[in-house]
Design a binder for this molecule. Structure first.
Ligand code: ADP
Ligand code: ZN
Length: 433
C-alpha cells in the first residue's frame, strides 16, 4: 500500500528535477527570510543565484545543532511568529533543548510524510494506533498522531508511562498498531507477558518504533515478544520530527521522503560526499519547510543510502539502520565502540535479556569498560560455575566483535531500570583533561 504513489515511486530523474526546483526555491527563501542564512551565505561569497541544481548543494554552508542553540529560541524562524501555529523542542538527549516552529503548511507536510510511513508499514484507515511516544514538546506523540488522523485511522493517544494502563487499554481497545521507542516496546512486551493477559486476546499486528538506535536482533526480540511485525521509523526534531522516513514491508532499509527532505551522506572527517552505499554522516536540507527551513543540517547520525528501486515498488532512497550518532561513539582505550555493537552481541545470545548498561570511567589513566547485562530467569543460576562460564562466553564474544575486552557484570533479571522513552545505555564518567 502506497500513500502517495506519484511521489514515492517517481523515476529518479524526475525526482531530481523536482529536487532541483525545490532546492533553488528554498535557498532563495532562506536567504531572503532568515538573516542567519543570509549572513552565512554572504560570508562564503554565495548568492541564491549560485545554486541552480542539487549538484550545487555542496557549495552551501552547513548548519549544526549549536546554531540552533545560539539562535534560541526563535532566531531561525523564516516567518513572523504570527504564522507559526506549533512549537516543539528536542528532548535534549545531548544538551540544552532546541526549539522548532511549524506553519500550517509545515504541519500539512508532516502529516503527509507520517501518512506515507503508516502506509509503508501496512497501517490503514481500518486500524487503530496506540501512540505511546510522549506527547508534549517532544515531536514523537503529536507527530504520529497527526499522521494517523490523516490516513483516517483511529488514534489512541496514550503518550508514554503508566505501563499497566497501556497494556490494559491496548487489550480492551484492540489496538492494531503501536508506536513508541523500541526500548519501551520491549518493556510493554515484558509487562504483557507478566500480566497473565493471553496474547491471543491482543489485536496488535504492527509496531512502528524509532527515536533511538536499535538493532536487527532487537527487532527479532520485539517481534517475537509481541507477535508483531516491527518497522523502523526515523526522524529528528530539527528536520520535522518522526516520519522523515520509514521501512516498508520489505524491512530492508528506511525509505526517506526525499521530495521534502534532501539527504546527503558525507565523510564525517572530510565532509565530502561518499559513494552511495558507504557509511557516513547524514545531512539534510528541507526542501519545502516554511517556518524554519534547515539548510545542510548535520544530523551526526551515521548511516548509508541506497538508490536502487525497492521490491515494494518505491523508488524513494533507502537508508540503512542508524549505526548511532557520531557523538554516541565511545572511544575506549583508543578503540571506537558503538552501543549498538554491544546490543547486537547481547541479543544474539539466548541467555540474556535485551537490557544492558555500559559504564566507562578512567582509572590511573586507563579506561575502564563495564557492561552490566541482565540474565534471563531460566539461565540465572545459583551455581557460581554456571554464571562464570556464561560470563566468560559473553566476554569473549564482545571482545571479538568490539576489539577490546569489557568487564561484564551479570545482573539479575529485572534489575536494570526500564525506559519509557529513549533508553539510556551509556554512563561515561571519564573526566577528560
Ligand atoms: P534529541 O536530539 O534530543 O534526541 P530528537 O527526538 O529530535 O531529539 O532525536 C532525533 C534523533 O533520534 C535522531 O537524530 C537519531 O539520532 C535518533 N533517532 C530517531 N529515530 C531513529 C531511528 N529509527 N533509529 C535510530 N536513531 C533514531
Ligand atoms: Zn520498499
Amino acid at each position: 500500500m502506497i500513500w502517495n504513489e506519484t511521489i514515492e515511486c517517481m523515476e529518479r530523474e524526475e525526482m531530481r528535477k523536482l529536487q532541483d526546483i525545490r532546492l533553488k526555491r528554498i535557498v532563495a527563501y532562506a536567504y531572503h527570510n532568515t538573516p542567519f542564512y543570509r549572513k552565512r551565505m554572504q560570508e562564503t561569497g554565495l548568492t541564491p543565484g549560485d545554486i541552480a541544481s542539487v549538484e550545487d548543494i555542496s557549495k552551501l554552508p552547513f548548519t549544526v545543532k549549536q546554531d540552533l542553540r545560539d539562535n534560541y529560541p526563535f532566531g531561525l524562524m523564516a516567518v513572523a511568529m504570527s504564522e507559526i501555529v506549533r512549537l516543539h523542542a528536542s528532548s535534549g538527549t545531548t544538551g540544552k533543548p532546541i526549539v522548532v516552529g511549524y506553519t500550517r503548511k509545515d504541519l500539512g507536510i508532516w502529516n503527509e510524510t507520517v501518512a506515507r510511513c503508516l502506509y509503508a508499514a501496512g497501517v490503514t484507515r481500518n486500524d487503530s494506533v496506540q501512540v505511546s511516544y510522549g506527547y508534549g514538546l517532544f515531536t514523537g506523540g503529536l507527530g504520529l498522531h497527526g499522521g494517523v488522523e490523516t490516513i483516517g485511522g483511529t488514534v489512541i493517544p496514550m503518550s508514554s508511562g503508566n505501563t499497566q494502563k497501556q497494556i490494559q487499554l491496548m487489550h480492551d481497545f484492540g489496538a492494531n498498531a503501536l508506536a513508541c521507542t523500541p526500548s519501551y516496546a520491549l518493556f510493554l512486551g515484558e509487562t504483557i507477558r507478566e500480566s497473565g493477559l493471553p496474547r491471543e486476546e491482543f489485536k496488535l499486528r504492527v509496531g512502528m518504533f524509532g527515536a533511538e538506535p536499535w538493532t536487527e536482533n532487537m527487532r527479532k526480540e520485539i517481534e517475537e515478544l509481541l507477535g508483531i511485525k516491527a518497522y523502523d521509523i526515523y526522524g529528528l526534531t530539527e528536520i520535522i520530527g518522526p516520519g522523515v522516513g520509514c521501512e516498508c514491508e520489505c524491512q530492508h532499509g528506511t525509505h526517506l521522503w526525499e521530495d521534502h527532505f534532501f539527504p546527503e551522506i558525507l565523510d564525517p572527517q572530510t565532509l565530502q560526499p561518499v559513494t552511495p552505499g558507504v557509511t557516513g554522516e547524514l545531512v539534510f536540507t528541507t526542501l519545502t519547510k516554511e517556518g524554519m527551513p534547515m539548510i545542510r543540517y548535520r544530523t551526526r547520525d551515521l548511516t548509508a543510502l541506497h538508490y536502487e528501486k525497492c521490491p515494494c515498488g518505491r523508488t524513494a532512497v533507502r537508508m540503512d539502520r542508524i549505526l548511532g550518532r557520531s557523538d554516541d561513539m565511545l572511544i575506549i582505550r583508543g578503540v571506537n565502540v558503538f552501543p549498538s555493537q554491544v546490543e547486537s552481541v547481547i541479543l544474539e545470545m539466548p541467555e540474556f535479556e535485551p537490557h544492558y548498561l555500559i559504564e566507562v570511567d578512567r582509572l590511573n589513566n586507563l579506561d575502564t569498560f563495564l557492561i552490566r547485562v541482565e540474565v534471563r530467569p531460566e539461565y540465572y543460576s545459583d551455581e557460581i560455575n554456571k554464571l562464570l562460564a556464561l560470563k566468560k562466553k559473553i566476554t569473549l564474544r564482545m571482545q571479538s566483535v568490539i576489539g577490546i575486552q569489557p568487564e561484564v557484570k551479570l545482573v539479575e533479571p529485572r534489575s536494570l531500570e526500564r525506559s519509557l522513552g529513549k533508553a539510556k545505555h551509556v554512563i561515561d564518567n571519564r573526566q577528560l583533561v
